[in-house]
Design a protein around this ligand. Sequence first.
Ligand code: IMP
Length: 493
Amino acid sequence: MVRKIRGIEDVLEGPSRTFDEFSLLTGYTPKGCTIESVSLEQDLCGLTMKAPLLSAAMMSVTGFELALELARNGGLGVVPASLSVDEQVAIIRGLKEQDMPLIEDYVFVLPNEPVFEVLRKAKEHGHSTIPVVDKFRNFLGIFDANIFNQGNDDAPLKVASNSPISDVMQPAKKLYSCREGMSLKDMQKKFSELTQRCIPIVNRKGQLVRLAFKRDIENPQVAAAASSQSGWEERVEACINAGADMIVFDSSHGFNYYQEKTITQYKKNSHFKHVPVCGGNVITAEGFRCLAKAGADAVKVGMSIGSICITAGVKGTGRGQFTAVYEAVKARDEFCKRRKYIPIIADGGISFSGQMVIALTIADFLMMGNYFNRFYEAAGEALDEHGNVIDRAKEPSRIKYIATWGEGSERAKNHARYGHITKRTLFAEGVEGRVGYAGRMKPNLRRDVNAIKAALRDTGSMDLPEFRKKAVIELRSEHSLAESQVHGVQDYK
Ligand code: IMP
């Protein structure tokens, strides 16, 4: 269904547009439509995504740590095809087989620590669940920062910020805890019976040994990128055998004979076809139709708009991302009247929650490189203020930047993504650089997911499909754009 855009004729007949040029109009918010009640959960070709976000298949972005943390937070990491097959498989297998559910190096606090200090620790580490123990590590209770903060918004908890944490924790006697040695299966069963999100595991003396989180016990989802150049079957087979939940054929220009043929063959292969396949990238309706007819289960859109991309300057190809996604969505809406619904993934050019919101008025899912590259968990090296590489685990407070490099850069040498087969044809389509460090993924993601939920609420939408139907966006004039940013204020943070 074509979305509602005010002044649609001008928008489509004029030059190509990007997300920053639009603003979202508000709609009536009914009773009960709140940030807490809005859901961002959607199905991506059979995968349940609690957040509509994928990390870019980029060497500097998606490695083991980022894919794991994103999976834990409801998104999907796409492991890049610029890695060797063995490296890609090691990441996927590591995610699927690791014994991750039981957190041993948990952050704990003592019962007399003041509330403000515990909130500070929770924010710093990106945890909302903090166990409270005595000096012998005996388990005393759990402090849940989420419950505490919500209490503050809606019905302020009458607790001074210097009160001891023991005043506001959930005491051990009111919580289910288990002994060491409980099997994962039993733990999963227990979680299905409880409302608790976390089970403390204690030893015979009552000392806290580990924490098990419900979200960690669920199977972490991960996708693998591949190219359609010869030898693709070996990579795809290895990744599927390792447990990849989706295969993403990742090309800067996916509207081509090779990808069309590869997707058709993929869909005929009895070992592969049970795993959903995404094609791309395209920027036109014809491009979408080509991959959709070949059998793609999802289609990725975007060219020349990535943060590290020099394609437009070098080759002149590309399109403003709003227009590219809009055209693909229109073609999809026609296509799904006769055939299946194909989710559109908007890939690139999105780094802030406001852009995510505008993109989600048309796209089903978002893929981001720059956004995730800034986090502790990103695969790029951690750098100090002088640009020197440092050990992020040993010196987290010294991280100022994270290294970034495009798949089309000299460093990644992802020649297949750019259709270079012989060395003679090579030229770079991406740059290397660094991005400002933004801290751990979890608190950043939580803030931005809440901002997206707030936008849905402001249009009276309870979920993303409803949002895509209801959202009305409007072009901003240059003056209005300038006004929508901070102005007339100096030295602000
Ligand atoms: P970002 O979110 O703006 O950083 O864009 C990320 C997207 O840029 C990726 O998912 C790719 O589609 C694309 N990309 C990655 N590396 C390069 C490159 O070297 N040149 C052009 N585009 C790239």
